[in-house]
Design a protein. Structure first.
Length: 242
């Protein structure tokens, strides 16, 4: 009779510890693992907020840390139970090298990949979006295309400018080689004046991104899952990494 409340108290304490652990995980990583359906053959990866790279951002910033995503991509490639990857994108951009690293990793995965641009796929989010085998954008989502910059500071060292110029060239080549947009069109959008108030670059919304060849199709989750299942069916059954 006396031990009944103790068991209930222990259960409440365990639940409290689990909840505290989850909160701590969210605070440390900026995100928590998305629950996967037990029998699902498709993995969902979210890239939300700002892509954090070599410099740690303030704790109030919502970030996706690229060093946490890279091992997940390796695990997805190696896991024979996972047949496809869906990438959910709602990012303002972030570290260029980290974003390019993620883009290259996604593009090199042997399994079918589909991306969905939700609220936004800005800046370095553009190459991440087009890195997938097939890309979707919801009608209200926006994508910002602009030149690479260093936090608005004036560049006074020629070597720094040359480095940024080469990195910008890498971004342009990656985007144009993984989407249907022409290099000339992409550069025009990148250096356009007047589209962004007091800045250089262009915002494209939903169907506009499809019209210029940047994104494959306007659509949401249902469309993405239909496309993913179609791509999985087209995969040779022998091409599974063990």
């Amino acid at each position: 009779m006396d031990q009944q409340p103790e068991k209930k108290e222990d259960t409440n304490q365990e639940e409290g510890n689990a909840e505290s652990s989850l909160v701590e995980k969210i605070q440390q990583l900026g995100q928590t693992t998305i629950p996967q359906a037990p029998d699902s053959n498709i993995h969902v990866l979210s890239i939300i907020g700002q892509v954090e790279g070599h410099i740690q951002l303030p704790p109030q910033n919502k970030t996706t840390k690229y060093e946490h995503i890279l091992p997940q991509l390796i695990a997805i490639e190696q896991n024979p139970k996972i047949e496809g990857l869906v990438i959910l994108l709602n990012t303002v951009g972030g570290d260029v090298e980290a974003g390019l690293a993620l883009s290259e990793m996604i593009a090199s995965i042997s399994k079918p990949t589909v991306s969905i641009v939700l609220g936004g796929g800005h800046s370095i989010g553009v190459p991440i979006a087009v890195a997938a085998d097939y890309s979707f954008i919801v009608p209200t989502a926006t994508m910002t295309i602009h030149p690479i910059r260093l936090t608005g500071l004036v560049i006074g060292v020629p070597q720094t400018f040359e480095y940024l110029d080469k990195m910008q060239d890498r971004v342009i080549k990656f985007v144009t080689s993984h989407s249907g947009i022409r290099e000339e069109t992409f550069k025009e959008l990148m250096f356009a004046k007047g589209n962004l108030t007091r800045d250089i670059g262009t915002n494209v919304v939903g169907a506009d991104a499809v019209e210029i060849g940047l994104i494959d199709e306007v659509g949401g989750v249902h469309d993405a899952m239909l496309k993913m299942n179609e791509l999985i069916e087209e995969q040779p059954k022998g091409d599974v990494i063990q």
